[in-house]
Design a protein around this ligand. Structure first.
Ligand code: ADP
Ligand code: MG
Length: 308
């Protein structure tokens, strides 16, 4: 690897801040980290890469928020399995011209979330080059006692539900969102879920992932979809519903569960985060949406089909 000017100081400062949460035996400083979890639970592993110029530009956001998001997107993936995030390794490639404050701020964002979710930063790799900033985080977690919630478990007759609200996350929530770890675990524990995904591509596109993996269809109720305030304050040419279905990066949970358990959940929600029933799973493999005028039209990955 190429050695940046201050690589050793940088790694030392990261090492000082890194905490040891349960499971981690050896952290930063050796050739590898050592960890081990309970023998009778499976582990989860995921990674996500953020590229400057593709996922963010520095004139639109701060190093702090980029760091925060690079960990948050991974936490959200573990949440979508109803798991617990535990240990992360972080690889960064930095432009040679980038100053120390940038890296400090990046790690401030990473550590803030790591501390909040009790995630141990166990290692990483640091390089400089003539290209833009690249951050890749690999996150290891542990499965829920009841097992993981997969995309492939949706059943005909299930209710389709969401946490939170959707649309225009680009106004800021794409960086500041709160990964729904607590909610996912409580939902699976208290109620039992059939399928789940976190909404990154978009509410509609991510519903298609569940439907395809589960080999079922769905009918959504347009007027039930929870539209975020950020959409209402936006003067986009797209309708509010289109933004909620298509914008993505909301990082809310989209899940299905039996109708009986769905009713229970609405009657006694286990937390304050908003829960909404937005439709039902159907046996026929079509995806449909009932519009506010009661017309039923095909649902598309980016919204719905406008039938004349
Ligand atoms: P090696 O050459 O053996 O891979 P490095 O010099 O790359 O060792 O790393 C030294 C230690 O610092 C290792 O424990 C590594 O995991 C950790 N490390 C390096 N870069 C980072 C980083 N960006 N964030 C967290 N830990 C890091
Ligand atoms: Mg290395």
């Amino acid at each position: 690897m190429t050695i940046p000017r201050n690589e050793f100081e940088l790694i030392e400062s990261i090492r000082e801040k890194a905490k040891f949460h349960p499971g981690l035996q050896l952290g930063i400083g050796d050739d590898t980290a050592i960890f081990g979890f309970s023998r009778n639970k499976n582990s989860l592993i995921t990674c996500d890469m953020l590229l400057e110029g593709v996922h963010f530009t520095l004139d639109q956001t701060s190093a702090y928020l980029i760091g925060r998001k690079s960990l948050a997107v991974n936490i959200s993936d573990i949440a979508a399995m109803a798991g617990t995030p535990l240990i992360a390794v972080i690889s960064i490639a930095l432009p040679k011209t980038r100053n120390d404050t940038f890296v400090k701020e990046l790690y401030r964002g990473i550590f803030e979330l790591a501390d909040e979710f009790e995630i141990s930063i166990a290692g990483g790799d640091t390089n400089t080059w003539d290209g833009p900033t690249v951050i890749n985080i690999t996150l290891v977690g542990q499965e829920h006692d009841k097992g993981s919630v997969l995309r492939s478990g949706a059943q005909s007759g299930d209710w389709i539900m969401t946490t939170g609200s959707f649309g225009n996350s680009i106004a800021g929530r794409q960086f500041t969102f709160q990964p729904r770890v607590k909610e996912a675990k409580l939902l699976h524990e208290a109620i039992g879920l059939h399928s789940m995904i976190d909404v990154s591509d978009g509410l509609s596109a991510d519903l298609f992932h569940i439907l395809e993996e589960s080999k079922v269809g769905a009918i959504l109720e347009a007027s039930a979809i929870s539209i975020h305030e950020d959409v209402k304050s936006n003067n986009s040419s797209k309708s509010h519903l289109e933004q909620a279905l298509g914008d993505g990066e909301d990082f809310e949970l989209l899940f299905t569960l039996s109708a009986k358990n769905g009713k229970k959940l609405i009657e006694s929600p286990p937390f304050e985060t908003k829960l909404t029933k937005i439709g039902e799973v159907t046996e026929s493999p079509e995806a449909l949406i009932k519009m506010p005028d009661d017309k039923i039209v095909p649902l598309l990955r980016q919204g719905w089909e406008h039938l004349s």
